[in-house]
Ligand binder design. Structure first.
Ligand code: FES
Length: 102
């Protein structure tokens, strides 16, 4: 497991998404109530990019392509049509730097 520096805390919008690349994979970084989370940026339904197609509902991200919803802390799929969870990544914050384990 490599710990990769991916962003600064203030580059991630509160209740929004910053897309970064981690080990060649697109990853969505979220900030909810000041805490940082990371999931794959690709919806498990039909592969829409979440940073381009999303609405946040607290710690739930909705893919606005077809309405699937996922908990960003666990990756759990909480509303269809998606049936599979999002991959989540472990996040570490050191000072103002955000690291993701991949
Ligand atoms: S691609 Fe995300 S809900 Fe269909």
């Amino acid at each position: 497991m490599a710990k990769l520096k991916v962003a600064k805390v203030n580059e991630i919008p509160e209740a929004g998404i910053k897309k970064v690349m981690v080990d060649g994979e697109p990853v969505a970084l979220y900030k909810v109530e000041g805490k940082i989370y990371a999931t794959t940026n690709i919806c498990t339904h039909e592969m829409c990019e979440l940073d381009q197609n999303h609405m946040m509902h607290g710690d739930v991200v909705e893919c606005t392509c077809h309405g699937s919803q996922f908990n960003i802390k666990t990756g759990a799929n909480v509303l269809p049509p998606a049936a599979e969870p999002l991959k989540i990544y472990k996040v570490n914050v050191e000072g103002d730097e955000v690291f993701v384990e991949a």
